[in-house]
Design a binder for this molecule. Structure first.
Ligand SMILES: [Zn+2]
Length: 148
C-alpha cells in the first residue's frame, strides 16, 4: 500500500484500536504503536471523541530490533504492518486481521471486538475472499516467523 493509502485509512476512520501494528522503519519487522495516555483504558477501540485521541504521545516499539520512538503524532506513524499485497489489503493489527479472516471465511464475528470494523471490509475483498484469506494467512505467518 502506498503512503497515501495509509492516510486515507487514517483520516477516514472515526475510531481505531488502542494498539496499531506498524512496519518498523529500521528493520521491517512488526512494531507496536500505542499511547501511554490510553494504557489504563478498557476496551479495544478508541473513538475520535475520546480526549486521548489527539494527544501526540504515540510510542513505537519494534518486536524485531531495538527501534523505539515516542511522542509521535498519529500522522507520524509508519505504514501499517498488515498492508499491501493484493487489493490493498490492510488491518490495524493481528487481531483485526484475524477477525477479517474469519469474517471472509463466513464465520460469526459478532462477538469479536473488531466486529464493528467489518463494515469496512471492501466488496472486492469479499468477491476475492479466497485470495484475501491466502494473503492474510501469509501476513499472519510472516508475523509468527519474526516473533519466534
Ligand atoms: Zn525493527
Amino acid at each position: 500500500m502506498s503512503g497515501s493509502g495509509w492516510s486515507h485509512i487514517r483520516y477516514d476512520h472515526k475510531s481505531r484500536p488502542k494498539i496499531v501494528e506498524v512496519l518498523c522503519p529500521s528493520c521491517g519487522s512488526r512494531a507496536i504503536a500505542s499511547k501511554p495516555s490510553e494504557e489504563d483504558r478498557k476496551g479495544t477501540i478508541v473513538a475520535d471523541l475520546s480526549p486521548t485521541f489527539r494527544i501526540e504521545d504515540w510510542q513505537i516499539r519494534c518486536t524485531g530490533c531495538a527501534y523505539r520512538k515516542s511522542n509521535l503524532s498519529y500522522k507520524d506513524l509508519p505504514i501499517l504492518y498488515f498492508s499491501g499485497g493484493v487489493l490493498d489489503l490492510w488491518a490495524w493489527n493481528a487481531d483485526h486481521a484475524e477477525c477479517i479472516l474469519s469474517y471472509l471465511k463466513g464465520e460469526d464475528t459478532s462477538k469479536n471486538s473488531y466486529h464493528w470494523f467489518m463494515t469496512y471490509v471492501r466488496g472486492d475483498w469479499k468477491k476475492s475472499s479466497s485470495r484475501i484469506v491466502k494473503e492474510l494467512d501469509k501476513m499472519l505467518n510472516k508475523r509468527s516467523h519474526f516473533d519466534s
